[in-house]
Design a protein around this ligand. Structure first.
Ligand code: G3H
Length: 530
């Protein structure tokens, strides 16, 4: 396996380390004087391999966490705060101000995405641009939501003016594989709906949030966005234990989600917006177009080295085409280019977790010991920060690689002769996010689609699994998700329907007309925002 290039283009070199000492609580940029944690990249800057020091972040604990909570509670002020009662138009202005400033930080954030999580240059640029687009689309969707609500309904002699209102204080925690996009896909809709927030960046991809602190500070009223650094256990747990959090919004693994929700003493108060593990299968039917299927399976299993919750994590291939699929797929896997994120055409890039190669090796060893074969020549070859994806077959249910969400470069392949086998496995699985179905015969596809839509929440026909486009619902069954995210759905997940009702009488009708004319209420309003 070729080693990574160390000739780093000038604009991507780490000339200065970032020692992040500032954090944002209650609208104030505060100076951290306590312990710090160094941030390393697994990418080497020198000829002989050594991780690159990128900087350091504050190692915060309970006192700061509780101060952030107090600031968010004060800004919400039991629903009377400036932010939750503000007119929609004004909240949108704040968000527009934020996104304009964010756009000026593109180069800085893209560079940090590459170093901190090893994401390729095109994918890092895409993550940034997709996030900016998500914010703009969210603003448009919020205007639409508000326009649709700018009316009164009447039923059984009772008028209703129904809108959506905030839920309260939201704790947002994002994952390291999309430290910007997925975190903001939680945070932005939560903020715009009038909630106040506490947000802690993911375990990798932390420094890339720091260029945005000032934008958060000067775009929103104090206490609306509070940003903490440190370990989840140290800062998120004490916040949950107070019972004052209204929504836990987390994209990550169910272990952390369960541990945190268990700490909250009032389970009925706590709402959950969760995107968790998945083990999305590809099912390849005997008549599948193999060229297309192989390309989609390659993208599905190995985009960002398989570190996506939507990645294809197990491939079921029909016995009839198994040999040809495995041979051609294995060749394609070995023809991919490995390199540093800025290297032209690099599809496989360093893994940000230093212990990931060893973990993937354990999965391979376990599978091989239980009878699987590695089908590609480079499968399992290791460098300091990578392990080449191994195509493993036959994979059985006893193997760890079948049971565990690998979240990395290793591809288990199971063959089947009866379609009921993958269907039964999916029904038994703890996960239920998406599936990819490859085939052409509509007589075979139709009943399968009708079953699969009840086992997962998105059936991708002759296409790899993915979250986007972000206007489509992103959710899952069983342990894979709680609530639905999308530009449209997230606004609803972070709010509740709330309304003003009144019996049809002269007094009420006159009063409401006056409320509308004087524009004294931000809620009772039929104004259109265009
Ligand atoms: O990690 C899970 C992400 O939501 C996947 O998003 O399908 O756009 O890569 P993606």
């Amino acid at each position: 396996m070729e080693t990574t290039q160390i000739n780093i283009p000038t604009q991507f070199r780490i000339d200065n380390t970032i020692h992040q000492k500032k954090y944002l609580i209650n609208g104030e940029m505060q100076e951290w004087t306590g312990n710090t944690t160094e941030v390393f990249s697994t990418i080497s800057s020198t000829e002989s391999y050594e991780p690159t020091l990128l900087g350091s972040i504050p190692d915060m604990g309970e006192p700061e966490a509780l101060r952030a909570l107090d600031a968010a509670l004060l800004a919400y002020n039991k629903g009377q705060g400036v932010w939750p009662t503000m007119h929609v138009r004004d909240r949108i202005d704040c968000m527009e101000k934020f996104v304009q400033q964010m756009e000026t930080k593109r180069d800085e954030i893209v560079k940090l995405l590459m170093w901190e999580i090893g994401k390729s240059l095109p994918d890092s640029q895409k993550e940034f641009d997709r996030t900016v687009e998500y914010i703009r689309d969210t603003i448009e969707e919020y205007k639409q939501l508000d326009r649709d609500a700018a009316k009164f309904q009447k039923f059984d002699g009772v008028y209703a003016h129904i809108k959506r209102g905030p839920l309260g204080v939201i704790l947002c925690l994002g994952p390291y594989n999309y430290p910007l996009n997925e975190t903001f896909a939680l945070l932005i809709p939560a903020i715009i709906m009038g909630n106040t927030t506490i947000f802690k960046p993911a375990k990798y991809g932390v420094l890339l949030i720091t260029p945005l602190l000032e934008a958060f500070q000067n775009s929103f009223p104090k206490g609306v966005v509070n940003i903490l650094f440190g370990r989840g256990r140290a800062v998120a747990a004490p916040i949950m234990q107070t019972g004052k959090i209204d929504v836990l919004a987390l994209i990550g693994n169910s272990k952390s989600a369960n541990a945190l929700q268990d700490q909250h003493p009032k389970s009925n108060r706590l709402r959950l917006v969760l995107g968790l593990e998945a083990k999305n299968p590809a099912i390849i039917l005997p008549d599948a177009d193999l060229d297309l299927t192989i390309n989609e399976c390659l993208a599905g299993t190995l985009s960002f080295n398989g570190q996506r919750c939507t990645a294809l994590k197990v491939i079921y291939v029909h016995e009839y085409i198994k040999e040809e699929f495995l041979r051609r797929f294995a060749e394609k896997v070995d023809s991919l280019k490995f390199g540093n994120p800025w290297d032209n055409g690099a599809k496989l890039t360093p893994l940000p977790e230093p212990d990931k190669p060893a973990y993937v090796q354990e999965l391979i060893d376990d599978a091989v010991q239980k009878g699987a074969k590695i089908w590609n020549k480079k499968g399992g070859q290791q460098t300091h920060n990578y392990i080449w994806p191994a195509v493993l077959h036959p994979v059985t249910k006893e193997m760890r690689v079948y049971k565990e969400e690998q979240f990395g470069p290793v591809i288990p392949v199971v063959s089947f002769s009866d379609i009921q086998e993958p269907l039964d496995d999916m029904a038994e699985s703890n996960y239920g996010q998406q599936v990819s179905l490859f085939g052409k015969d509509v007589y075979a596809l139709a009943p399968l689609i009708d079953t699969l839509v009840n086992l997962v929440c998105r059936v991708n026909l002759n296409s790899s699994c993915q979250r986007g486009p972000d206007v489509y619902p992103f959710t899952g069954r069983k342990d894979s998700a709680q609530s639905t995210l999308s530009v449209y759905d997230a606004l609803r997940s972070f709010s509740v329907r709330t309304f003003v009702a009144f019996k049809d009488s002269d007094l009420n009708n006159e009063t409401v007309e006056k409320l509308l004319d004087t524009k004294l209420s931000n809620f009772v309003s039929t104004d259109y925002i265009l």
